[in-house]
Design a protein around this ligand. Structure first.
Ligand SMILES: NC(=O)c1ccc[n+]([C@@H]2O[C@H](COP(=O)([O-])OP(=O)(O)OC[C@H]3O[C@@H](n4cnc5c(N)ncnc54)[C@H](O)[C@@H]3O)[C@@H](O)[C@H]2O)c1
Ligand SMILES: [Zn+2]
Length: 301
């Protein structure tokens, strides 16, 4: 059985829910989501309570580019971790946000997640700040390859990993999973089909910056909004926190919905504790949106 990946604690009071709904009803809402949005879909976060045992140090961009052993380790573990991402389904939190957008209440959705679950739930204006694991890019020629196609190539080159990729692994955030070092060392890495260059998932690694046009679109989305709703992010990373600071500096109210403290709490107009899969549908219902009417889940693009 999959262990529970989200922290438990008291939910918000009715008064806090009412106060948040009143702020979000005033006009278009920009939403910023983080890993907490996907824990109920079986994808671990980084910094939730109880996440310490999964603590890890993800590969940095410079190391990945420079060091063939780091790339081999990344891809070997990613082959095992990918199925968890590929098979994950959106949960009621994703559906509530898609329902809010469909009802015309959102200016857009900024996500730090790389799992495409907002798309799968039917959200349309999604800015993937950190990219998505579903695309792979050649570091030499820039050609892209779908992750599913690359997974098939990697499994064909490393048939011994098929059983590990089929399950029973210990999963980490970002499509990473535990794998014995001997298997990492024996792993064959695939290269670009066009030029033979090294491949990198099209996600923003630690030590890498978010492309400027993407950041600017995200700021525009916040500028168009009458309120900012943060859902399931510790805001420990500046790449998300800056949008909260931007909104607060403009006098735009900020609602932070997260189980556990966030770095944005001092800037929050209303802070709601609680489990996203429960509280987001409740919040949507107060805004006249029945999340069960959200578009049926479909495969990610
Ligand atoms: N699903 C994904 O795509 C994924 C998963 C892990 C990490 N990441 C990457 O790692 C970074 C992590 O930063 P972050 O701020 O997004 O995540 P984080 O792990 O730092 O913070 C998640 C927060 O959500 C809370 N939380 C977890 N599950 C919850 C639930 N069901 N209900 C309410 N609260 C819940 C946790 O207590 C924690 O405070 C991002 O840059 C992201 O790109 C992505
Ligand atoms: Zn290439």
């Amino acid at each position: 059985m999959t262990p529970r990946l989200w922290p438990e604690g008291p939910g918000p009071t009715e008064a806090a829910l009412d106060a948040a709904a009143a702020l979000l009803a005033a006009g278009p809402v920009a939403v910023l989501t983080g890993a907490g949005c996907s824990t109920e879909s079986g994808i671990p976060d980084y910094r939730g309570e109880g996440t310490a045992r999964r603590a890890r140090s993800p590969v940095r961009f410079a190391t990945f580019v420079r060091d063939p052993a780091a790339r081999r380790r990344y891809w070997a573990r990613a082959v095992v971790g990918w199925p968890r991402i590929a098979h994950a389904r959106p949960n009621p939190a994703h559906h509530a946000l898609a329902g809010l957008e469909a009802s015309g209440r959102l200016s857009g959705l900024l996500t730090q997640n790389v799992d495409r679950l907002h798309h799968a739930a039917g959200s349309a204006r999604v800015i993937e700040l950190h990219g998505a694991l579903h695309e792979v890019r050649c570091l030499e020629c820039g050609v892209r390859e779908g992750r599913a196609a690359l997974q098939a190539r990697l499994l064909a080159m490393n048939p011994g990993l098929a059983a590990h990729a089929a399950g029973a692994a210990e999963y980490n955030p970002d499509g990473d999973a535990e794998l014995p070092e001997a298997l990492v060392e024996a792993f064959h890495v695939a290269t670009c089909l066009t030029c033979g260059g090294d491949l990198k998932p099209d996600v923003v690694f630690f030590g890498e910056t978010v492309p400027r046009p993407r950041v600017e679109e995200a700021y525009r989305c916040v500028d168009e909004a009458a309120a900012l709703l943060v859902a399931g992010s510790s805001l420990a990373v500046l790449s998300g926190l800056r949008f909260v600071r931007h909104a607060a500096a403009r006098g735009v109210p900020v609602v932070v919905l997260n189980q556990g403290e966030t770095r944005g709490d001092p800037l929050a107009t209303v802070k709601l504790p609680g489990r996203l899969g429960e509280v987001l549908p409740a919040l949507a219902a107060r805004l006249g949106v029945n999340a069960s009417c959200a578009p049926a889940s479909s495969s990610p693009p």
